[in-house]
Design a protein around this ligand. Structure first.
Ligand SMILES: Cc1cc2nc3c(=O)[nH]c(=O)nc-3n(C[C@H](O)[C@H](O)[C@H](O)COP(=O)(O)OP(=O)(O)OC[C@H]3O[C@@H](n4cnc5c(N)ncnc54)[C@H](O)[C@@H]3O)c2cc1C
Length: 402
């Protein structure tokens, strides 16, 4: 027995729920599947998002805002500190609530949400076209073993199943990540810590977090997300969690670990396709992330919204060819491609920077901003200025080009 929908979205993270909401608003019959019983749990995220990265897509609700970020502290390997005052920098979210509310919004617009339902494969019709999703449904909340296989048919499938996307693999859009394309991260939610409530902190250095960085993001009430990311090829010698334990004991006198998490942080790859026939990939599943910082919430929302809009037009037109769906990729690249590629380029420079370079860049920024209050940052001109400030950084660039 199979049920039929216009579109099935696999994964109810920000990308999937945004896509489902967009389609439901356009009267598309959409099924949103989530393998976990509770949306937003478990969570692998430090929950930071820029002001426009959030407000461009959803109206702010104080319920899921933990703190508003007004300052950013950068600490170099030799402890040069630079503080940037930026009144509207962004927010630290309560993502467990944010993800729930976004999925609920999709449902209130008409999407059908099924939790405890894990996609386990794609269906193909006799012509070899993708025509739905095979799932395992957990029927009783009390027993994980009480699981039934079921099939759902759909004209379009959206893979929003995160960094380890199976939809990408099943559809043949192979998203195997090389070690240089993914960072290893570890994070604690710490209680009883002393932090400035409106300041995010970033720490750099090859002994602290090789080819990565550590962060402290305040969540209010003496809580903070404290984590770090390192280059994956370095994690063979010492795991991200071991680096994190060292960092935490150096940074805090008092702390209590409330939660811990680990996860991979992918980087964007301009050569990967995000559409194959009637299957689209959004958010982390398509690696639509800011490769420099690893931030992916905002790009998940953006890619979900564009995919949802393109699929809605495709369904409404009725007789368009599936090649119409390629518009999703074209529109996404038109809006965000330049920045995604730029961040990937910056990441490549960052990965080659020694502690000496990092010290030089943070010293330069300290002088450049000189306690000025910043109201908006344009990343591309800023990075160009940094590169021009230090001829040795330009030499690094030369190594990338040749
Ligand atoms: C340690 C860490 C810190 C981070 N910090 C930040 C940050 O501060 N700011 C930021 O912007 N980004 C951050 N990120 C990245 C951010 O978390 C992701 O980019 C974002 O969650 C991507 O959203 P998504 O909807 O694409 O995927 P996800 O949020 O991963 O959602 C995917 C969903 O699909 C579900 N799913 C998976 N497989 C199946 C299946 N087979 N069937 C049904 N459901 C399935 C999952 O359960 C999940 O709910 C961080 C990542 C990590 C690992």
């Amino acid at each position: 027995m199979s049920d039929k929908y216009d579109c099935i979205v696999v994964g109810a993270g920000p990308a999937g729920s945004m896509a489902a909401k967009e389609m439901a608003e356009n009267d598309v019959d959409v099924l949103l599947l989530e393998k976990h019983p509770e949306i937003g749990v478990p969570l692998s995220c430090a929950e930071a998002i820029s002001f426009s990265g959030l407000t461009d897509f959803v109206p702010i609700d104080p319920e899921w805002i933990c703190t508003q970020v007004q300052k950013v502290l950068l600490v170099s390997p030799s402890n040069i500190k630079m503080e940037l005052h930026h009144p509207n920098a962004g927010f630290i979210l309560n993502r467990k609530l944010f993800d729930k509310r976004l999925a609920e919004k999709a449902v209130s617009c008409g999407a059908c949400l099924k939790v405890n339902v894990q996609a386990i494969g794609l269906l193909k019709n006799k012509k070899g076209e993708f025509c739905g999703v095979r799932v395992l449904e957990t029927c009783s909340e009390r027993s994980e073993s009480d699981r039934k296989e079921k099939e759902y048919e759909a004209k379009v499938i959206i893979g929003a199943d995160g960094v380890e996307s199976n939809v990408a693999r099943w559809s043949g859009m192979d998203f195997c990540l090389g070690l240089d394309q993914i960072g290893s991260s570890a994070q604690y939610l710490l209680d009883q810590v002393e932090v400035e409530p409106d300041c995010t902190e970033f720490y750099f250095g090859q002994t602290l977090a090789p080819r990565g960085y550590a962060w402290v993001f305040p969540k209010g009430n003496s809580r903070a997300n404290v984590g770090l990311v390192i280059a994956s090829d370095r994690s063979k010698e010492k795991k991200a969690k071991e680096y994190l334990d060292e960092f935490v004991t150096k940074r805090f006198y008092n702390f209590k670990i409330a939660e811990s998490m680990m996860g991979g942080i992918p980087c964007f790859d301009r050569h990967k396709n995000l559409v194959k026939e009637n299957v689209l990939l959004v958010g982390d599943a398509g690696r639509v992330v800011d490769s420099l910082s690893g931030a992916g919430i905002s790009t998940a929302l953006l890619s979900g919204k564009i995919a949802g809009s393109v699929v809605s037009q495709y369904i409404k037109n009725g007789n368009s060819s599936v090649s119409f769906l390629k518009r999703y990729y074209d529109e996404l690249m038109h809006i965000r491609g330049r920045l995604l590629r730029f961040h990937t380029f910056c990441r490549a420079i960052f990965l080659r920077m020694t502690d000496e370079y990092l010290d030089a860049v943070i010293s330069f920024l300290k002088e450049y901003f000189d306690d000025k209050v910043v109201t908006g940052l344009e990343p591309i001109p800023l990075v160009k200025t940094i590169l021009r400030s230090n001829p040795r950084l330009l030499l690094l660039l030369r190594h990338l080009v040749w």
